[in-house]
Ligand binder design. Structure first.
Ligand code: AMP
Length: 287
């Protein structure tokens, strides 16, 4: 038996031709944007797309515009052949793997910037990040014109940012959020976990543990400020060298909740912290 393969296209014209043919045949199309270095979390997005659409397209593009000059664009893990194998193994129909010149032609000058939900948390820690994400996702949605696009709750603020952009710019697509895929010990799967040494990987479990403990305390009526402070202390004790934030926020608009107990609001706890040279983020519902 020959191994399954996935068709790979590298130009917007080829992408449009294939998606156009499917839509002309009455088939729904789901887009799953990724930066490659695929893992089970990405594949769970493809599977969710397959439940909602006949055809799935995964884009694989390490987007230079969402990395600041000092960030890990050059070091970001890449492996197209393995990505293609994994996509084929779950029956993804098409991999869109453009190069940088295909996405950003000479003279490229437009950036999609937003306020509000993009400003705190990741937006504060990485000022260029959401402009780069909103721009590339807007482009991918215009290029593929899918019926729906699937994004992970792993990047919860990103999911809210994309929902906002799609609503604000009237992009005719349904945005679907997918639950976070985790390792057995609870660490959220991430391409950046590949940066962790074995010792750091063992210590990393403190992040989901501290997050879960804080979410539980707040859900049980505890003070937000105390739960956040305990989580920061637990991360520091476990060897995290810097905690960018542990925040309980409104699940929809990401405004701050607390400092006292939360009543009535739908909360989300969001965490970003550094283990050595690796920055990990995670989040979960409160209650
Ligand atoms: P990335 O390649 O890291 O930019 O992620 C591409 C998509 O996969 C984004 O929508 C992420 O939120 C999603 N994703 C990444 N890790 C996970 C995970 N562990 N579980 C679910 N979705 C994920």
């Amino acid at each position: 038996m020959t191994a399954p393969t996935v068709k790979i296209v590298r130009t917007v014209a080829e992408l449009r031709a294939q998606v156009g043919a499917w839509k002309a045949a009455g088939e729904r199309v789901a887009l799953i944007p990724t930066m490659g270095a695929l893992h089970e979390g990405h594949l769970s997005l493809v599977r969710l797309g397959q439940k909602r659409a006949r055809r799935t397209v995964a884009s694989v593009f390490v987007n230079p515009r969402q990395f600041a000059p000092h960030e890990d664009f050059d070091a970001y893990p890449r492996g197209e052949a393995r990505d293609a194998e994994l996509l084929a193994s779950v029956g993804c129909d098409l991999m869109f793997a453009p190069d940088v010149a295909e996405m950003y032609a000479p003279g490229f000058s437009t950036t999609v910037n937003l306020t509000g939900v993009s400003e705190p948390l990741e937006g504060a820690a990485r000022p260029l990040f959401f402009g780069g994400v909103a721009t590339v996702v807007t482009k991918l949605l215009n290029q593929a014109q899918p019926d729906l696009a699937v994004f992970g709750e792993k990047d919860y603020q990103q999911l809210q940012v994309i929902k906002r952009v799609v609503r604000d710019l009237d992009i005719p697509v349904e945005i679907v959020g997918a639950p976070t895929a985790r390792a057995d010990d609870g660490l959220a799967l991430s391409s950046r976990n590949a940066y962790l040494s074995p010792e750091e990987r063992a210590a990393a479990v403190a992040l989901p543990d501290a997050m879960k403990a804080a979410a539980k305390a707040v859900a049980e009526g505890g003070r937000v400020d105390e739960a956040e402070a305990r989580a920061v202390a637990a991360l520091t004790a476990a060897g995290f060298r810097q905690v960018d934030y542990v925040d309980v926020r409104d699940a929809d608009d990401l405004s701050r909740l607390g400092p006292g107990p939360i009543t009535g609001a739908k909360g989300r706890i969001l965490v970003a912290a550094w283990l050595g040279k690796t920055r990990l983020i995670d989040n979960m519902a409160v209650g």
